[in-house]
Structures are given as C-alpha cells and as structure tokens.
Design a protein around this ligand. Sequence first.
Ligand code: DX5
Ligand code: ZN
Length: 216
Amino acid sequence: MKHRISVSMLSADFANLQRDIEMVNQSDAAWFHLDIMDGNFVPNLSIGFPVLKAIAKYAAKPLDIHLMINNPDFYIERFCTEAKASYLTVHYEACSHLHRTLQSIKKMNVKTGVSLNPHTSVDLLEDILPETDLVLLMSVNPGFGGQKYIENTYHKVRKLKAMINEKRLNTLIEVDGGVDLSNYKQLIEAGADVLVCGNAIFSTENPLQTIEQLAR
Ligand code: DX5
Ligand code: ZN
C-alpha cells in the first residue's frame, strides 16, 4: 500500500488557517494531523474545540487527531462528534485503562490510534495491538513542531512492522516528528504507512510542491 502524508497543522499560519486548509485540500496529502496539547502531559498548549470545529468545517480530508493529553476519556465523545475525528489517537503513557479508552473510541465509530513516546518500547503493545487501527510512533519528544528526528525510530518501525505481520493485522504505522525529505524514504522502507509532516512543509517556499515530493 502506498504511504500517506498527514499534514501537521501545528506549523500552519493560524492567522491564515483557512488558506492553509485549502492548500492541504488541493495537495497530494491524505489527512490533516491535528495536535491537541494540555500543558500537563506535554509542556505546551495548542488548540481546543473552537479551532478544531473551524478546521473541520473546511477540511475536505480525514482528520487525524493526536491527543497529547492526560486522561483523555472525558473528551472522547466531543473529539468524535464536534471535532469530527476519523482517527483518534491517545498516548499509551496517558491512559491507565487503555483497553477501555479504545473501546469508547470504537463505540463512536471512529478509528483508534495508540501513540508511544520515544522512550516507550513497542513490545508493550503486544496485548493491545489487535484493538488498535493505528500506532503513532513519536520520533521527537511530543510538545513542539520543528524538532530533530530521533534515529532510533527506524528500529522501532521495523520491530513493530514485524509484530503486525506476525499477528496478521492491518494496523497502520504512523511516524510523527522531524519527518522531512531527508528521512521519509528510509521510514517507508522500514515499514511506515503514514508520515506526519509539519515544519518540513510549512517552512518551505512552495508547500504544495513539498507535499508532492513527500507523497511520491
Ligand atoms: C509534536 C507533534 C507533531 C508535530 C510534528 O508534538 O505531535 O505532530 O507537529 O511537527 P514536525 O513535522 O514539525 O516535526
Ligand atoms: Zn502529532
């Protein structure tokens, strides 16, 4: 299956959000990646429901929502209905009852995602893998866009791909953080299905062209 690009709107121009949404609508990108931070699980705050709803109104592609928040259970219904998530990803490190959390997402008919911080081993997914549609591997410490890619992620992608194949699952592997034109090919070769890109797209002169290159 061909890899997909999920554009992280964290690096978009928030004063011209509709313009940047339209750019992604017209691009070769597959999904919008929306980063939600609570200033508690990660040392930063990002956007909340008013902005998410505004994005959902204009976005013509699936919304891939990445929750970097502690105890996400309280908000799951709202992320699925008001924010119109297609994929809703929670952090392994932020959920005491991950199995239950994934069931609540499934009940809303939304695809489930589990994210791992760089220090968290993919081995810990052994018993939860059949319950999740996507695994998001953080390739930077979550909280900020524009950080440097952590090289050990290639190893994690390969190991996770082997686990998925061994269990005959269709779980997607998504890599998030510091993905750019210098490393995207190697990530696909390692087994990544979805690449999140923010800074690598919005810091360039021609974001449409950069997306086209990354999606090739
Ligand atoms: C970081 C976020 C990422 C971030 C990626 O905590 O989860 O989605 O926006 O941005 P880049 O591509 O700039 O590293
Ligand atoms: Zn993210």
